[in-house]
Ligand binder design. Structure first.
Ligand SMILES: [Zn+2]
Length: 385
């Protein structure tokens, strides 16, 4: 058999779920994982992300861990994130008769990303228990992934030797892998007009809401091309029905699989708001911030070839997809890692009805175990010198 211990894995999953770890508050989770990994024989260090993200209230850094191997070939990096979205305090995993595992309905389950963490822990446990051969294994367990992957944005990559990465952080059936992900730009707009009494002196006002409406009417939103989406998600402003609104604020985002197209959309949004503001004598301040940079991994690359072989041997059909969600892998790509994002047994994430399935967790752990222990395929991953 493959060595995965179902009951041990499920108990570990429940323990991970029971630890509060909303973004920036991962200190308890980090300490738990440090202890577990050290007990499994890994050398664990914490980077300076807590300090770098202190202004946002961060309490923990990313964990880097290393397990030297006895097989030749390049090191492989495995990653999952420690944080969860809210409501994530007081989480409890409840096993259901149908094999699913859910929260008690008041919080998220946090299978995003406890499913990834438990896959890694169980695989490492089996390696130790059975004395399995493997190449060098590296881990990067990140904080603050949910708010635009801020933990991995400031991670210390100087210790990472691997050139390939498996990021366990994707919803869907185990066997699914994302090879492409978009750039993500956040957009904030502030339109400033001039307030005035709506009845006594509307002529003295410059209506910021009218400017905003005219600009939005010119801008496409939704799926604006095959590769690109645009959304304005929040609007705020105005002081009362009898006052010409002096200020309107909008927040939105642009996602595109093509970085240049994302940037072009950002520039278009800024230009349209400024033009419409100018026409009415208002001013528009538009800030476009790059949160994530798009990447694409080719199906023929070693990281994908090894994954396909491992998935087939695990009995999961490998399915290669493009995701419109960002992850730590966007930042990994910027640091030269060729990584893909793997489904690891999470469903309907970021909602209180999020769930996982016991069978899927076992499959994910088995897939992870194979990825950790398989010999490099012929022609791939010759030892670097
Ligand atoms: Zn996640």
């Amino acid at each position: 058999m493959n060595g995965i211990d179902r009951e041990r894995l499920l108990t570990e999953f429940e323990r991970l779920v029971s630890i509060d770890a909303e973004s920036y508050h991962e200190a308890e989770m980090k300490e738990y994982l440090r202890r577990r990994l050290t007990a499994l024989g890994l050398c664990v260090t914490e980077d300076g992300a807590a300090e770098a993200l202190r202004s946002r209230g961060a309490t923990a850094g990313n964990l880097y861990a290393r397990l030297p191997g006895d097989l030749p070939g390049e090191a492989r990096l495995f990653s999952a994130h420690m944080d969860t979205v809210s409501p994530g305090r007081g989480k409890r995993a409840v096993r259901q008769a149908d094999g699913t595992i859910r929260s008690d309905g008041t919080t998220v389950l946090g299978a995003d990303d406890a499913a990834g963490l438990v896959s890694i822990l169980e695989a490492l446990t089996v390696i130790r228990e059975r004395g399995l051969s493997h190449p060098d294994i590296e881990l990067l367990l990140t904080v603050a992934e949910e708010p635009y992957s801020q933990g991995s944005a400031v991670a210390d990559y100087s210790c990472v030797r691997a050139k390939t990465a498996y990021v366990l952080d994707l919803a869907g059936r185990v066997g699914t892998a994302a090879l492409r992900a978009p750039s993500l730009l956040s957009v904030s707009v502030c339109v400033r007009g001039r307030g005035a009494h709506a009845g006594f002196a509307p002529e003295q006002g410059v209506n910021a809401l009218t400017v905003t409406a005219r600009a939005l009417a010119r801008l496409e939103t939704g799926r604006v091309s095959e590769d690109t989406t645009v959304n304005f998600g929040t609007i705020a402003g105005g002081t009362g029905p009898n006052v010409v609104p002096a200020e309107i604020r909008l927040c939105g985002e642009v996602r595109s699989l093509r970085h240049d197209e994302a940037q072009a959309r950002g520039r278009l949004i800024a230009a349209v708001f400024r033009e419409e503001a100018e026409k009415l004598g208002a001013a528009a301040e538009v800030t476009v911030t790059e949160q994530l940079r798009a990447y694409a991994v080719d199906p023929g690359e070693p990281v994908v070839r090894l994954f396909r072989r491992a998935a087939e041997e695990t009995g999961c059909e490998p399915v290669l997809v493009t995701t419109f969600g960002g992850s730590d892998n966007n930042h990994f790509a910027r640091h030269g890692l060729r990584g893909i994002v793997l489904a690891c047994g999470m469903n309907e994430v970021h909602a209180v009805h999020e769930y996982t399935e016991a069978d899927e967790l076992c499959r994910s752990a088995e897939l992870t175990l194979r990825l950790m222990t398989m010999e490099a395929l012929p022609g791939d991953g010759e030892p670097a010198d």
